[in-house]
Structures are given as structure tokens and as C-alpha cells.
Design a protein around this ligand. Structure first.
Ligand code: ADP
Length: 419
């Protein structure tokens, strides 16, 4: 049975934070802090894409690495996370077999390669040929660490290469990195006939994870001499299967000896052979993935036009004069068209550290902050984060202040606490 937590939102106490910004029940602080940290890291990654396959050897990691590189070549900030715990192949594919992972300021630094940020369990094994014997909960906790403790920074895309099948790793990714934007399912013409690839698609459907599409890899053969593509096996099965299962088909990638050679020597294919037909096939595969950012940018513009968010530091239900250390923020949402209040959210800020609040409030979509007093450095940081600062407001309830602000009658101007 779901136990009510302190805020009474109905979520289990294990599930805090509930999203309402309320404090966790006593005793759950560690879970809550961990969850907060995970959410903070995830908020800095705009799109998370899972690459899956029904079985091994179909070119899943090849597709994942080349997808990541194609996105990076399109000017996006991209990370690739290899969660294939038993058979990590991304280090070899990118020629990073001997890469050493550094820790800086308590955060694991991803290995940087060809414009990508790369992390793999392969980097952490002493001997790269070691076998890893980990059960489900351990896999989940290592994946959580990869999401939380790796310094990914701001990313447009994180491409997650999962092991073949529908085991613990893809399940943990979907649960931990929520919301994952979708999955790319890689198959070969021969694999299409097997139940494995359909299982991958059903897995996504069961978890309400959108299938961005199916890629038919190793479909036809590119002659290394003339570049002509010959269908050595029956092709087109991937497209038919995608239609049957009502998911998009992203395209065919031929067997190209240059792909194999590039991967085996660690020179990423699309990087060096960007003019070939095979690289163009990879480019077609990333089109719907690139469209995700365009869609999000449109949505953000639309949201910004419709809703204005005004943040106010709060103590005892009223504006808190000491803004930097306040324990709660009210975020009042205003319908930008009618200039009326449509709701108020109560949010708990992250632990105090210099510069954290402007960034955090920017991530919450805040446009204006109304405060009593604020140091000039903090004011500059808010402005850098696109947030308008109104200072010198009195200690009143948030809605009263916002109504006055909207009516142009808010008492403001004098900085009552410049330290
Ligand atoms: P998986 O991740 O599904 O196990 P990999 O991506 O490791 O598969 O690919 C297996 C092998 O097939 C690698 O040696 C890779 O270079 C090769 N390969 C994958 N796709 C192609 C392709 N389109 N053309 C040529 N070789 C390929």
C-alpha cells in the first residue's frame, strides 16, 4: 500500500521527491538527496536516446557510435554512455581502450574523443578482458552512478548503448533516466525474422518508451571498388516489420567494409567518410532525432509566450529578506495573455553554493525574481541566466507581490540587504 509522505501527495516515501518540492519524511534524506542530484544531472541533458537490439552482433554499438558522431557533426553537444556491462565495445570502437578516467572535484570526468563525451564500464575494468559478474541491483546502481557522478555538463543528446535484449540494463536506464526520449532499435535483415527484435519493440511499448524507429543494418553490400550496393540477403524486412508493429522505419545501412575497418581501428566512420552513401544513410537515421530538439525549442518558445513564471524567496509564507539562504521558493505562474495568476508552486532550492540559485531557477523556467535584497554579483548572475531581477520588495505573501508587480504598483528599488 502507498504510505502518505510528509507532504501528503500520496507518493511512497521511497519515491520522494514527489515533484511538489515538499520536504522528504525524516529518515529518507539520503534517498531524497540522491534523487535530487540525479534530477539535477538529468535536467542538464536535453535528450536521452536508448539504442537497443534484439541480439548481439547486429551493429548496435556501431550505430550508437555513429549516431552520436553524426549528431556531434551537426553541431550538437553529445555524450555516449555504454551500459553494456558484460561486453562494453564503445572504448574499442572509438580507440579508447587505454583511456584512463579522471576524477575532478569529486566528479568522474568523461573521456573526450572527437567532440564526444564518452563513458563506459570498460574504462573502469583493470583488465579490459575481465568478465563482470553483477546482478540486477548492482547494474542499476552502476548505471545510476554513470548518470549522477559523471560530469556530463550541458548536453543536447546522451546516446545510451545498451546490451542486446531486454534485460536489467535497458530497464534501469528507462527507469532512472526518465524521461528517455525514445529508443532506436537496430536489426539486420536476418534478425528481422526472429522474435528478438519484436520483443525489443514490445518492451518499449510496455514501458511507454517511444520507439523513434527501426534501423536495418547490414542491409546490402557496398562494393569497395565501385561503391555499388548489392542486396546479398533479402532486404526490406525491417521496413515491413516496422510497419506491422506500427513504429517508424529509419532506414537501411549497407555492409560497408569501410564501416568495419573504421570501427575496428577506432576511427569513427562518419567522421572520416562523411561523403559516402553509407554516411548519408546514417544521416537519414539521425533526422528524427535532430527533429526532437527542434520540437523542444518550438515548445519552449510557445511556453515562454503563454506563461510567465515569477519566483519569490519565502519564509513563513511571505517574502524572505535573506534570499541566498532561504529554504523555499514560491514560483507564481502568470497567464501572459490575461495577466492573471494561474497557479503557485512551492519549490525547495538545492543546497547553498555560489551561483547555484540563478542556474536552478533558470532550469525551472523562471523569468522574473522578486526579492527583498540581493548582492550585486547575484543580480548579475540572474541577468546572465535570462532572469529579470526586482529588488526592494516588502515581506508580503507571493501572490500579493505578483499582483502588485503586474499592476505596476509594487514597492521596489532599494536594496535592503546587499551582502
Ligand atoms: P553489436 O553492438 O550489435 O554487438 P557491433 O556494433 O559491435 O555489434 O558490430 C559487430 C561488428 O560488425 C563490428 O566489427 C562492426 O565493425 C561490424 N559492423 C557493424 N555494422 C557494419 C556495417 N554496416 N558494415 C560493416 N561492418 C559492420
Amino acid at each position: 500500500m502507498t504510505e502518505k509522505n510528509e507532504c501528503g501527495c500520496g507518493k511512497s516515501t521511497q519515491e520522494t521527491p514527489c515533484g511538489s518540492g515538499h520536504k522528504p519524511a525524516p529518515g529518507n534524506t539520503d534517498n531524497w538527496l540522491e534523487e535530487q542530484k540525479l534530477q539535477e544531472c538529468l535536467q542538464r541533458i536535453r535528450h536521452k536516446i536508448l539504442v537497443m537490439s534484439g541480439k548481439g552482433g547486429v551493429g548496435k554499438s556501431t550505430v550508437a557510435a555513429n549516431l552520436a558522431l553524426s549528431l556531434s557533426l551537426s553541431g550538437k553537444r553529445v555524450g555516449i554512455l555504454d551500459v553494456d556491462i558484460h561486453g562494453p565495445s564503445i572504448p574499442k570502437m572509438l580507440h579508447l581502450d587505454n583511456a584512463n578516467v579522471q576524477v575532478k572535484d569529486g566528479a568522474i570526468q568523461p573521456v573526450e574523443h572527437a567532440g564526444l563525451k564518452v563513458m563506459s564500464v570498460g574504462f573502469l575494468l583493470k583488465d579490459r578482458d575481465d568478465a563482470v559478474i553483477w546482478r540486477g541491483p548492482m547494474k542499476s546502481s552502476v548505471i545510476k552512478q554513470f548518470l549522477t557522478d559523471v560530469d556530463w555538463g550541458e548536453l543536447d543528446y546522451l546516446i545510451i548503448d545498451s546490451p542486446p535484449g531486454t534485460g536489467d540494463e535497458p530497464l534501469s536506464v528507462v527507469q532512472l533516466a526518465e524521461p528517455v526520449d525514445g529508443a532506436v532499435v537496430v536489426t539486420t535483415p536476418q534478425d528481422v525474422a526472429t522474435a528478438d527484435v519484436r520483443k525489443s519493440i514490445k518492451f518499449c511499448k510496455q514501458l511507454s518508451l517511444p520507439v523513434l524507429g527501426v534501423v536495418e543494418n547490414m542491409s546490402g553490400f557496398v562494393c569497395p571498388k565501385c561503391g555499388e550496393v548489392t542486396d546479398i540477403f533479402k532486404t526490406g524486412g525491417g521496413e515491413r516489420m516496422a510497419a506491422e508493429m506500427n513504429v517508424p522505419f529509419l532506414g537501411r545501412i549497407p555492409i560497408d567494409p569501410a564501416v568495419g575497418e573504421a570501427c575496428d581501428s577506432g576511427t569513427p566512420f562518419v567522421y572520416h567518410y562523411s561523403r559516402t552513401e553509407t554516411a548519408k544513410a546514417f544521416e537519414r537515421v539521425i533526422a528524427p532525432i535532430l527533429a526532437l530538439s527542434a520540437k523542444q525549442a518550438d515548445q519552449e518558445t510557445q511556453d515562454q509566450e503563454d506563461v510567465m513564471k515569477i519566483a519569490i524567496p519565502i519564509a513563513d509564507g511571505k517574502l524572505a529578506m535573506h534570499f541566498g539562504h532561504c529554504a523555499e521558493f514560491a514560483v507564481v505562474e502568470v497567464d501572459a495573455n490575461t495577466k492573471t495568476i494561474s497557479g503557485t508552486q512551492s519549490l525547495i532550492p538545492p543546497p547553498h553554493e555560489p551561483g547555484v540559485l540563478p542556474r536552478w531557477l533558470h532550469e525551472q523556467g523562471v523569468h522574473v525574481i522578486i526579492a527583498g535584497g540581493m548582492g550585486s554579483r547575484a543580480q548579475a548572475l540572474f541577468v546572465e541566466n535570462g532572469i529579470k531581477v526586482v529588488i526592494g520588495a516588502p515581506s508580503e505573501p507571493p501572490e500579493t507581490l505578483v499582483c502588485a508587480y503586474l499592476a505596476g504598483t509594487l514597492q521596489s528599488g532599494a536594496n535592503v540587504c546587499d551582502h
